[in-house]
Design a binder for this molecule. Sequence first.
Ligand code: ATP
Ligand code: MG
Length: 397
Amino acid sequence: ITGEFKKALPVLHTLQEAGYEAYFVGGSVRDALLNKEVNDVDIATSAFPEEIKELFKKTVDVGIEHGTVMVLLDHDSYEVTTFRTESTYQDFRRPDSVTFVRSLKEDLKRRDLTINAFAMDDKGVIQDFFNGEKDLDEQVVRAVGKAEERFHEDALRMMRAVRFAAQLGFHLEANTFYAIVVNAHLLKHIAIERIRVEFEKMMTGKYLLQGMEAFIETGLFEYCPGLKGKKTDLRKFSLIPHQLTHVRQGWALLLYFLKIHDEKEASRFLRQWRLSNQTILESTHLLTLLIHRLKEDLTPYLIYTYSPELALETENLMSIIGLESHKTYVEQQIERLPILSTHDLDINGKQLMEYTDQKGGKWLGAAIKAAEKAVVERETPNQKESILNWLETHDYI
Ligand code: ATP
Ligand code: MG
């Protein structure tokens, strides 16, 4: 027991000393067995939520109706969840009622995949009721129990299966694969936000091709926003040879391969996926830069308006799609930018109003914008007198 697990041991021990069972569970145990970096460790226990709360000084009710209590301990926090089974599934979504139980095995049985259904005790001993270790060894994604039943209970598990294929480079076990083929349509019942979480993890997975193959061949893509009938374009997207470092790169490239190159149309597509305004903006800007870049080198003004960061990322996307990157050129252009934002301009709105003796209005915004562009394109130095002179000769003031 080392690292994050070691830090969390006091939580396990407190529960055990009070007579309860307690284990590390979920993704952290899977990642440890794969010798991958472990981030947040989840804990499962036979103690009921009220019993957990009595044992620790500081707790937060994060999902008490599902049996989850957050335990705060020396600046770290741990999600401690009561062993539970899930009953009464409605509309192929996760259940609205859970039953707390005292048996570890019952708890592990309700988990999605064999590679996610381990428990590890304080000594590092692994409980593996569903041969998850064998599946890890053979690099197989397999549903716990009868795949078809499990996907009926919660259809999101199908997306989780392909997402893990993309992250781990595993393939889907045959029964699990066919159960997805038959039940892919159930994805209709799942909230887009939950699908998106898995889809984004797939896009940024190290083994995109493997995940996308499963996503495409099972037909899951047909039930995702804007992807129906797009098998050929998705195939091209899946061949991206690099691991993407940010979801906005995934969205921009996906739009590129779907031939959605117009910024408005792209926003509409991304809104269907319920992305945040921030991600929509970044992704569509990246797409716009890429489309520009396919025609000619990025101009200083494009780099300035869309940000140096996205301009550099555009050059990365160029090499990702197998075209020549002009990264050094863009770096030079960035280096030479006279200003990085409106604030750097040697003149402001107030000064312009004083100089012209006019009230603010449409003209002012237009003048500032023109001044920015002129300075960035080095038509005038960033110096008050020259800027005013430039604005006058160009009839802005
Ligand atoms: P990650 O490393 O991406 O967090 P994870 O396996 O920890 O992967 P979580 O979504 O954090 O995934 O879920 C934690 C655990 O809860 C899973 O390992 C799995 O045992 C269980 N789980 C999560 N979602 C489901 C689901 N839809 N159905 C059944 N079990 C689930
Ligand atoms: Mg997790």
